[in-house]
Structures are given as C-alpha cells and as structure tokens.
Write a protein that binds this ligand. Structure first.
Ligand SMILES: [Zn+2]
Length: 160
C-alpha cells in the first residue's frame, strides 16, 4: 500500500506504521493532529485544541485508506529498539500520560482510588499508568466480560 506525502512516497507497514521509501524502510509513526498553525490556540502551543484542526484517520484519510497525505512534520522515526506492536500504542499512550499529568503529584498519594469507565486501549493503558502511580484501588467499568478479564490482568483491582 502506497501513501503519497508531499513529494515523498511511503509504504504502509503492519499496525498502521509507515515506512518512508526515501529512507529505505525507515519506520515512522504519524502524529494524527492536524492544526492550522495560526489560530490563538496554535500560537500558544495548544495545536491539539485547534478549532480549525482535524485528526488523521478520523476527519481525513489515515492508515486504513489506500492513499493519505501526511505533513512530513507529523512523521516520527521509530527506533529499532521499539517493536511495531509497541510503536502502535505510543500515540494513545502519550495521550494517556498527558491526561494523567494533571493529576496531583508525581505518584498518586497513598489511599487514592480511581475509576476507569470504558476499557478500550486508552482505558487499559490508564489502568496500568494509575497502578504505576501507586493509585489503589483502580476500579474498571465496562459492559464487556472479556474486557473485564483484560482489565484485571492489566492491574485493575475490581471490575464491573
Ligand atoms: Zn489552529
């Protein structure tokens, strides 16, 4: 599968990762945030909140499309030490880390508890991050039995 990026041609690799043809197989990850770069929020380093923006793969063609245009500045090379499976989680993991950065303290104070509602990839990563912060109990909520089992294996204390 080929993707046309400006004057470069890149090839889709497993897990939505891209290989830059000019870079002879260089694996890259796409930052899916598309922003205008000139609005109030963009000029204040809040491009992820750009009112004129979009998301690659949601608002414009992404990894499942036969062709998609991606700004070269949105491509990040993946080191050889990071597997394709690990790299596929980096964007959502970074979103979860950012979301938890507003929680108090570098580690949750002893006795803190949390409830994670919804156990998609982000929910499961939130459970692991909360446990790593020392938060306990972490209670997971979903309507799916197999996701409850996955949440327990990911460190949830209890599931509903
Ligand atoms: Zn903007």
């Amino acid at each position: 599968m080929q993707i046309d990026i400006s004057s470069s041609t890149i090839t889709l690799a497993p897990a939505g990762l891209l290989a830059v043809q000019d870079g002879a197989g260089t694996r890259v990850l796409i930052d899916p945030v598309i922003s205008c770069g000139i609005c109030y929020r963009c000029r204040r380093d809040l491009a992820h909140l750009c009112g004129n923006g979009a998301l690659q793969g949601r608002d414009v063609d992404g990894g499942f499309a036969e062709f998609a245009a991606v700004d070269e500045s949105c491509l990040h090379e993946i080191p050889d030490s990071v597997s394709a499976d690990e790299a596929a989680l980096l964007q959502v993991l970074s979103t979860c880390v950012h979301a938890q950065s507003v929680l108090p303290g570098p580690a949750g104070p002893a006795g803190d508890s949390a409830v994670v509602i919804g156990l998609g990839v982000a929910g499961l990563l939130h459970i692991q991050l909360l446990r790593a912060r020392g938060v306990s109990p972490v209670i997971a909520v979903t309507g799916s039995a197999w996701k409850r089992e996955l949440a327990l294996r990911s460190g949830a204390s209890r599931c509903w």
